[in-house]
Design a binder for this molecule. Structure first.
Ligand code: NDP
Length: 252
């Protein structure tokens, strides 16, 4: 049988580790050509060789998603080297919980710059391709990585939660605009997934909270989320899963 994503081209941000890396591997295994974006070029190059060794097609593009020009240049490379993207997995992000009164303003800005502005830069660079390719191929997918924090409350996650509430609500609005153009828009809202995300947390209380959570339950793996992305993109063109919340069974 033909792999479900044969003929499709996916651009994946945050592909050098965690959820993005696992999703690149998985979408390639389903037959998509994948463009993998992040800053750490060595990690991307390694990922591309691994995908190619398994018979897939992949292109590494080192880019900082907070740089709109770099993202536009990346989109041009994808169009030239793989054909226009019809899947954008808009996934790069950072999570830096801390009590608001610590006034970690640099960390507030970092989360806003990456999770909101970076996400918008990828939308600005790739939506024209998604619309164009959807018109030709009959379907396109804009899949944004949100988080369960978009709707549930967690202590000291105010800024991160705010960025993810933005992602979920933005996705609903974009669905209204792009659905009629055959581009499905989805927000994935994972609970806690074991990745490098937790390693960037500096606040002691938040680090302890995370350690307690890791002891109390089995966290999701990046592959669990990757399979969800593959499931969304493999649906018949008429089917748009608008929001998918995927939780560790043990997480409240
Ligand atoms: P990781 O830290 O493993 O991955 C983050 C990715 O983003 C890396 O590939 C990193 O690559 C990339 N990135 C960071 N900054 C930039 C930048 N300025 N420009 C380009 N790429 C950048 O974490 P996850 O895989 O967990 O995170 C992926 C997404 O999932 C995030 O949006 C996160 O908020 C979300 N999420 C994660 C959950 C979890 O518990 N892990 C739960 C819910 C949502 P590089 O450093 O090479 O640039």
């Amino acid at each position: 049988s033909v792999a479900p994503l044969t003929g499709r081209v996916a651009a994946i941000t945050g592909a050098s580790s965690g959820i993005g890396e696992a999703t690149a591997e998985h979408l390639a295994s389903l037959g998509a050509k994948v463009a993998v974006l992040a800053r750490r070029e060595d990690r991307l190059t390694e990922l591309v060789s691994h995908i190619e060794k398994n018979g897939g097609t992949a292109l590494a593009i080192a880019a900082d998603v907070t740089d709109a020009d770099a993202l536009r240049a990346a989109a041009e490379r994808v169009r030239d080297e793989l054909g226009g993207a019809d899947i954008l997995f808009n996934n790069a992000g950072v999570m830096l919980p801390a009590p608001i009164e610590e006034l970690a303003t640099g960390q507030w800005q970092h989360q806003i710059d990456l999770n909101i502005t970076g996400l918008m830069n990828a939308i600005g660079a790739f939506v024209p391709q998604l619309v164009e390719t959807a018109a030709e191929r009959g379907v396109g997918d804009l899949i944004n990585t949100s988080s369960i924090t978009a709707k549930n409350l967690f202590p000291n996650f105010a800024v991160y939660s705010g960025t993810k509430a933005y992602v979920t609500h933005l996705s609903r609005h974009l669905r209204m605009e792009l659905g009629p153009k055959k581009v499905r828009v989805s927000a994935i809202e994972p609970g806690i997934v074991g990745t490098e995300l937790q390693s960037h947390v500096t606040d002691t209380g938040a680090r302890e909270w995370l350690a307690g959570s890791r002891d109390a339950m089995e966290w999701l793996t990046s592959e669990d989320v990757a399979h969800t992305v593959g499931f969304l993109a493999s649906q018949p063109p008429r089917v748009n899963l608008e929001q998918v919340t995927i939780m560790p069974t043990g997480q409240l």
